[in-house]
Design a protein around this ligand. Structure first.
Ligand code: ATP
Ligand code: IP8
Length: 245
């Protein structure tokens, strides 16, 4: 099996609140289906998560105002998840949503639920979500990337794919620097700039998560979800993306 993180930058337009990209999702699912192997999906928040999280100051202490933010963000994330499940079902793939908030963001419990769904022949789909931290009286956010790391640890996928809206990991943010160079292999020269609405650490955090997953012995590919045919070119010399071993 393989494990895929659908980045919010591909499945939504990050600057436009709740703007879903159905065609991009359909095309990715089409390519995943061609691989003919079971897979587990995790998706990010994009404009269904990060915009309201920033607006309401979540993560943060529980307040009356943040309670409304929590409800809105979780509603929006479940809606995004359902849209992805619908795309899977349109392709006759038995997707099932697994919402982290229902497990208080407990990575072990979410992973166990994902595993059980997988073992039952289903295709579990989890996501970055809000959750309650009772001990500290706070609302928190679990990032889809953190979830992928825990899933990789327990499920031991053959390969892990991170899809974003750029070709892979560059030495600098390619959206700001036209001369940024795509790193075919991740090295220590890369620098990362914080992107406006992202509350979970953006590409900087992703690069460290990807290294941690590779440290488990699983090869990670960071590639452009807007060119999903690359998912099926991974072992060819024409492959474009960043490989992390
Ligand atoms: P989400 O957290 O919503 O799931 P995502 O996983 O799709 O989002 P982002 O956190 O949006 O990913 O990261 C992708 C963005 O990171 C790109 O659009 C790019 O502009 C930015 N970025 C910053 N620095 C770099 C870099 N060195 N290499 C590649 N992209 C970078
Ligand atoms: O986009 C964050 O998950 P990520 C989800 O995978 C929310 O970092 C709710 C902002």
């Amino acid at each position: 099996m393989f494990l895929v993180k659908l980045g919010g930058s591909v499945i939504t337009v990050k600057g436009r609140y709740r703007y879903f990209r159905p065609k991009a999702v359909q095309e990715i699912i089409g390519e995943l289906k061609k691989k003919g192997e079971p897979f587990v999906l995790v998706h990010g928040g994009g404009s269904f998560g990060h915009i309201k999280a920033k607006e309401y100051g979540i993560p943060g202490a529980i307040t009356e105002v943040r309670k409304m933010g929590y409800s809105i963000i979780h509603r929006d994330m479940v809606e995004l998840n359902q849209r992805i499940i619908n795309s899977l079902l349109d392709n006759k793939i038995r997707g099932v949503g697994v919402p982290p908030a229902s497990f208080n963001g407990d990575l072990e419990k979410i992973t166990q639920a994902m595993k059980e769904h997988m073992e039952a022949g289903l295709f579990p789909v989890s996501f970055g979500d809000v959750y309650i931290n009772k001990a500290e009286n706070r609302f928190e956010i679990v990032s889809g990337d953190d979830l992928v790391l825990e899933l990789a640890r327990v499920l031991r996928p053959r390969e892990v794919y991170f899809l974003t809206d750029v070709d892979g990991i560059y030495d600098r943010n390619p959206k700001k620097h036209h001369d940024a160079v795509l790193l075919r292999e991740l090295n220590d020269t890369a620098t990362f700039e914080h992107v406006g609405t992202d509350v979970t650490g953006g590409m900087l955090k992703k690069a460290s998560t990807v290294r941690d997953i590779a440290g488990l012995g699983t090869t990670v590919y960071v590639l452009n979800g807007n060119v999903p045919s690359r998912l099926n070119q991974i072992n060819s010399k024409n492959f474009i993306g960043t490989v992390v071993k």
